[in-house]
Design a protein around this ligand. Structure first.
Ligand code: F6P
Length: 572
């Protein structure tokens, strides 16, 4: 049984933070002018991540109080409880051990939890995934007609999709190109468009499906898996590659389907050979599972060594999180700053803005990680939370966002803390040989132009532009107010040398731990997700009404009845 949550609002530091908030005046211009050491002092390093917190709306006093709060809610104890396998997922009575997925091979002492030698099991499964990935990559694994795999289709949703998609997009430069190229596609939505479009141009003889589902009971994934299986049979039969009989069909499934799940018994029921199923454990939450066998598609796309390098990156930040004093602990400081923004300064959302096109799915990935984890109203002991929780995470890569929603961040009425993320070395170093004859010189390094935007945006958000500065540009008086930027819009800048597999792992682990820190302060079980259940159950109850069952229709509320009638009348 895990210890009771500490109500943060009853701690001395919360009272002190409230007093501090009442007198608080954000003044990034003034703070920087008065304190040349601010940036250096407020920049911390976690592995390869260089994290500048200095453009946040916080003074040394704020950070000191937040660190005190972290101690008062017993954060260090909770961190240890997580790493050592205490059942901190209270509502499901489970350990939370995604950090065990990336422990070093041979780490001492071995991690044994609830009688399970976790390290041995993790390494054995990783080896199995790696060996399978090598078989697919070398062509030793072939489809039913002996052809090598050219396309892998990962069928999964939520944590069984968002992590693999995000990493696949981020690490594409590490993929194979040319005649032995291996593409991975991802089918998640139960909208039939998804599977139809993703399979339309595929050759069934060279396609491998991975059915990824922790529970192997998710409606979307199992429906899409059946659709994919039907597609495979139909196309193989049409091509004359297999006979239209049960034995041939079963053999085709064995050659073209593998699974990743914690429910290996259900995998066999689908017709997938249990020898071709990769497991993980109930102590890995779906949204924390990209570094488990759920990443099998990634090991195939990039090779097992790259996958292990990704895990090593996670480990780097795990070690930082577990052993660094809270004052210099990056996930702790970022998580506690989020608490400051949500609970004292009234922020409702948090933007994540990667200046790296390869990270274009990172905000979507973070939405599940953060919002499924901390979107809760009760604490882990079942009592109501005592303060606001779970901000909305959102974002898009820069510079695209600059031309879409940054207006609101710069001049809107809402406080939107934002994380800017970039790397120094681009995957594709391109130069603009011609330039534009004005601002862009011939031979300009385009990545430098890109990064200049990152630096300019964080500067503009922090320091703004005063009315005097606007007037000094000769702006007509009547539009001066519209051109003023208040500044004091908080940002965190995260830089790394390059988007390597290790750096990507570090980034993901950083946000996992930030999420955990916030959950601990709020007393939340960040590892259950009961809030997704009701809708899932109702969908199954409503389905007969949609399909024409009038008694089921009559049992619905008047709005739902009218919507379903509309559907029935308009379905072509
Ligand atoms: O519905 C939410 C959820 O349970 C997520 O937590 C999970 O990542 C997703 O569904 C998929 O679940 P599974 O991997 O069991 O198919």
């Amino acid at each position: 049984m895990t210890s009771s949550p500490v109500d943060p609002t009853t701690t001395a530091s919360w009272g002190d933070l409230y007093g501090h908030y009442q007198e608080f005046q954000g003044d990034l211009r003034g703070w920087f002018a008065a304190d040349p050491g601010r940036a250096e002092r407020m920049t911390h390093v976690a592995g390869d991540l260089h994290v500048d917190l200095s453009k946040n709306l916080a003074t040394d006093e704020t950070l000191g109080l937040l660190v005190r709060l972290a101690h008062e809610v017993r954060l260090p104890e909770r961190i240890e409880a997580m790493f050592t396998g205490e059942h901190i997922n209270a509502t499901e009575d489970r350990a939370v051990l995604h950090t065990a997925l990336r422990r070093a091979p041979g780490a001492q002492p071995p991690l044994v939890v609830d009688g399970q030698d976790v390290d041995a099991d993790v390494q054995a499964e990783l080896d199995k995934v790696g060996a399978f990935a090598d078989e697919v990559r070398t062509g030793a694994w072939s489809g039913i007609t002996g052809k090598p795999v050219r396309t892998v289709v990962n069928i999964g949703i939520g944590g069984s999709d968002l992590g693999p998609v995000m990493v696949y997009e981020a690490l594409k430069p590490y993929g194979r190109t040319g005649s032995d190229a291996l593409e991975v596609r991802f089918v998640s939505n139960i909208d039939p468009t998804d599977v139809a479009q993703k399979t339309a141009d595929l050759d069934p003889e060279t396609t491998l499906f991975i059915v990824a589902s922790k529970t192997f009971g998710t409606l979307e994934t199992l429906t899409n898996a059946r659709l994919a299986r039907a597609w495979l049979w139909e196309r193989l039969i049409a091509a004359g590659a297999i006979e239209d009989d049960d034995d041939a069909k079963q053999a085709a499934v064995k050659a073209h389907f593998v699974a990743v799940s914690t429910a290996l018994d259900k995998v066999a029921d689908f017709g997938i050979d249990p020898a071709n199923a990769f497991g993980f454990w109930d102590w890995v939450g779906g949204r924390y599972s990209v570094d488990s066998a759920i990443g099998t598609s990634l090991a195939i796309a990039f090779g097992p060594d790259v996958f292990r390098e990704l895990l090593a990156g996670f480990r780097t930040v795990d070690e930082h999180f577990r052993s660094t004093p809270l004052e210099a602990n990056v996930p702790v400081l970022m998580g506690m700053l989020n608490v400051w923004y949500v609970n004292f300064l009234g922020a409702h959302t948090h933007a994540v803005l990667p200046y790296a096109q390869q990270l274009h799915r990172f905000p979507a990935y973070l939405q599940q990680l953060t919002m499924e984890s901390n979107g809760k109203s009760v604490r882990w002991d079942g009592t109501p939370v005592t303060t606001q929780t779970g901000e909305i995470f959102w974002g898009e890569p820069g510079t695209n966002g600059q031309h879409a929603f940054y207006q609101l961040i710069h001049q809107g009425t809402r406080l939107i803390p934002a994380d800017f993320i970039a790397v120094a070395t681009p995957a594709y170093p391109l130069t603009d040989t011609e330039g534009d004859g004005k601002a862009v010189a011939p031979g300009a390094d385009v990545h430098e132009l890109f990064l200049a935007n990152f630096f300019a945006q964080t500067k503009a958000l922090a320091f703004g532009k005063t009315a005097e500065e606007v007037r000094a540009e000769g702006t007509p008086e009547e539009i001066v107010p519209a051109r003023v930027f208040s500044g004091n819009r908080p940002t965190t800048s995260i830089l790394a040398p390059a988007l390597t597999p290790s750096v990507l792992g570090q980034l993901v682990a950083l946000y996992e731990h930030i999420t955990f820190v916030q959950g601990v302060v709020w007393g939340i079980d960040s590892f259950d997700q009961w809030g997704v259940e009701l809708g899932k159950k109702l969908a199954l109850e409503v389905a007969p009404a949609v399909s024409g069952d009038d008694a089921a229709l009559a049992a619905q509320d008047s709005s739902t009845q009218a919507l379903i009638r509309y559907y029935r009348e308009h379905r072509a």
